[in-house]
Write a protein that binds this ligand. Sequence first.
Ligand SMILES: *Cc1c(COP(=O)(O)O)cnc(C)c1O
Length: 463
Amino acid sequence: MEPVVLESTNEQSPPVGLREALLRGQAPDRGLYWPRRFPSLSSEEIAAFAGLPYWRIAWEVLRRYMSGVLDAEALEAVCRDAYDFAVPLEPIGDRIHVMRLDRGPSASFKDFAARWMARVIGRFVREEGGELTILTATSGDTGSAVASAFHDVPGIRVIVLFPVGEVSERQRRQMTILRGNIRAVAVGGKFDDCQAMVKRAFSDPALDAIPLTSANSINIGRLLPQSVYYFYAASRVAECGEPVVFAVPSGNFGDMMGAVVARKMGLALKRLVAPVNGNDAFPRFLASGTYGKIEPSRACLSNAMNVGHPSNLARLVAAYGGRMDEAGAIHRQPDLDRMRRDLYSTSVSDARTREAIRAAWERHRLLLEPHGAVGWRGLEDYLAVEPLGGSPAVVLETAHPAKFPDEIVALLGFAPDVPPALAALEQCPEDYDRLEVDYESFRNYLLERHSMGSAGRQSSTRS
Ligand SMILES: *Cc1c(COP(=O)(O)O)cnc(C)c1O
């Protein structure tokens, strides 16, 4: 197997291997790493997934990227350990399934990538010694998944920025009750402000002394493991090689890029439906070819998707031959006709999201939370344009309904059952720092925490 080479979407940084891309997060030219060529799986190999458990499919898919990065046995241990929870596919009618990606410890799909990355990056740090800081902005669920996955991993420290008014109480508690190597910071702004501060820190020479990487979906390490559940779902719901429609509620477009990766590796997709909430920069771009970010981002019910300028669009545009920089300026148009054949997008308002939660329950006894409801409604919008015609379709439910109890009670009149991971949150005291949207104070905060960390270690080795 040849090592995979990754290039920056800004086309100004030298290509790197996967290990470096994982440890850097963002390329030095502020672009995002994207494989120059993808390893491919034959249709026989994909067909054989039908009989395999989830962790084994993960190993089969991801080992193609790991030459020179991690040996096959180590990767097997990572996958077995990371994917020890169920991935239910709930049938709705004849050919539609809802894939519940909410059974991990933080009850969102972000556990899939965070748990894999924590184990792989934890191994790198163990091999190389030293210390690594994972800097992450969260609109709700990345923070809790990353905090849970990296908690107590030696040599790693995690700093999570979250928008103070935009995460639910349960989401906040998931980040703020952990101690040790996890630090949560409430920012008096929006998710885009958090993301912009984090991105700026990665290219700030004043922070060169602090080894930093990202666990946001600017890191390619988020996207590769997120390709696995598309293979898994197809192996369970499609006849051999039959193309599948996937509907993926989208914010930063990391989840749907997992499907783009799977397609590049050989998975047959009929259409990739990527609905958004009121932050509709992408469906507008797909329709018009003109990109305009939403500033400030709109606060919608599906809070983990309140992204005014999705960073992964740079990768999507690159996958279709174009070039978009980190600010959203298009320097070379992608092949829009091909994009429109492969993708469908639509904006689902909060009113339609609520309607979808109600209708799904009344018609199908299907329990959705706001993110999955955007996915479900998005599939319905697509089917109004192009009927399934016998193809299988899979909607991704990206969070557990118990993360949004108030909304569910208001709409359906009952509270969803709380999984044990979330129930345990109520008793623990919270602890977090606060910052305003101001890059200088954020930089000082990072420098202070870094020197505190080093000083703390020195004194503990002396004592
Ligand atoms: C993060 C998140 C999304 C959006 O995923 P992207 O990769 O940012 O598009 C959707 N639903 C939930 C519950 C999330 O946490």
